[in-house]
Design a protein around this ligand. Structure first.
Ligand SMILES: Nc1ncnc2c1ncn2[C@@H]1O[C@H](COP(=O)(O)OP(=O)(O)OP(=O)(O)O)[C@@H](O)[C@H]1O
Ligand SMILES: [Mg+2]
Length: 246
């Protein structure tokens, strides 16, 4: 199972849009896909209505987790922990690290959608993932958020045997006619180099509209000539960057 987390400590950056489209891409290619929706907003859970619910992700953070006897090809655990989850966080992190590999034989991919602000649950996502995709908005606070992610990666890497593979930063909601954004894009490129995706996601209402209808943009019943090619190009690049290694 290859585990891909989508994380940035910024609300509305595109984590859920990307997580859902990646999950649908892999599902449509016939893979067995598990989604961990670790955000209590549960937006990915609402969107991915074709994934079978495994209920709350809470058991993954508790001792003696056992995988369900029957696991569907497309499954989703959601952060429906009900109020504040009052576990001892170090214990919960230790448990999830031990429990998560139990799911390894059952799925080809796991996609983790994460909440927008830092918490132990984001720590867990970075602890158990193999690969990380970071969406970045070319707005006033977008680049600052990527600095926070790199600090978080450094912190979590101290607790991992193998460092997180950063698949890359993907600019989202890009408006190519906006010269200010284009300058920010150039600045970001010179700062992060190859860590920046070549393909970005433009601002397209179809991405929101498709998610609202619980389908990826390629199953959306509208003329998607301007929205589908950039999404496809980004997803292809993401899978190339992730590669076949765990
Ligand atoms: N490229 C885009 N073009 C147009 N709308 C977009 C684009 N990307 C995301 N959106 C919309 O912006 C909003 C925020 O996106 P999304 O939910 O994916 O972000 P998020 O990082 O998961 O947010 P949160 O931090 O709240 O979980 C959503 O309404 C989504 O449909
Ligand atoms: Mg989200």
């Amino acid at each position: 199972m290859r585990t891909i987390a989508i994380n940035v400590e910024k609300g509305g950056a595109g984590k859920t849009t990307i997580a859902c489209h990646l999950a649908w891409l892999l599902a449509d290619a016939g893979h067995r896909v598990l989604v961990l929706d670790l955000d209590r907003q549960c937006n990915a859970t609402d969107a991915l209505s074709d994934f079978e619910s495994l209920g709350s992700c809470k058991p993954l953070f508790e001792a003696d987790y056992a995988a369900p006897d029957e696991l569907p090809r497309l499954a989703i655990y959601s952060n429906r922990m009900g109020g504040e989850y009052d576990a001892s966080y170090p214990t919960a992190l230790g448990n999830v690290r031990k429990n998560f590999p139990v799911l390894n034989p059952h799925f080809d991919f796991c996609i983790i959608d994460t909440p927008p602000s830092w918490s132990w649950i984001n720590f867990a996502a970075l602890l158990i993932c193999d690969h990380l995709i970071v969406p970045v908005e070319l707005g006033p606070f977008g680049p600052a958020a990527t600095k926070q992610v790199s600090d978080s990666i450094a912190t979590v890497n101290q607790r991992r045997t193998k460092p997180i593979h950063v698949a890359g930063l993907v600019p989202n909601r890009v408006r190519p006619n906006d010269s200010h954004q284009m300058k920010m894009l150039e600045a970001l490129k010179s700062k992060v180099g190859k860590n920046l995706f070549t393909h970005y996601l433009p601002e397209r209402a179809h991405y929101s509209q498709a998610i609202q209808e619980h389908v990826p943009v390629w199953r959306f019943g509208k003329d998607v000539r301007s929205s589908l090619p950039p999404m496809r190009a980004f997803l292809e690049e993401a899978m190339t960057r992730i590669g076949s290694e765990k």
